[in-house]
Write a protein that binds this ligand. Sequence first.
Ligand SMILES: [Zn+2]
Length: 166
Amino acid sequence: MRARQATPAELRSPRIDFRLGFGIVAPNRRVNAMTTDAAFQRLAKSKFRSRFRLSEADREYIAEKGMETIRRHAEDFVRTRLAPAHPPNDGRQTPMRGHPVFKAQHACACCCRSCLEKWWKVPKGTDIPPERQSRIVDFLMAWIERQGCSPKPAAAKKANESHLTK
Ligand SMILES: [Zn+2]
């Protein structure tokens, strides 16, 4: 695909860089593409973000529910707790534990609108459009997978058990 010049309207309002996870391009700035790997490398530099880990209980919950269900939960949390321009209780809407997606949100700096703005340049006070919500969910699910939860954990566990009992 050929690159084209941004239109004046696009330069006035920030636009989404689709090569980024869900960041936006500031007016008149060059696109600063960031891969998911680069985003995780950035997060790894933060003591606070990098200390989050899934517990055994979280893993069991994920294995029991399946990754598709966990993704639906993540979609719901992002849509209802982050996406509105002014989410209720912003800054305190994401508990530190209680659901694996909550931990992913803190680990990925997707816990509140201030963190989304500070880390990923998602502007506060604006609705997050559905396509960017999906990018956030992709990112959270990538973190969960990196914690060693594969898309088919239940099957993997069974195979492992049968191997051990033989
Ligand atoms: Zn936050």
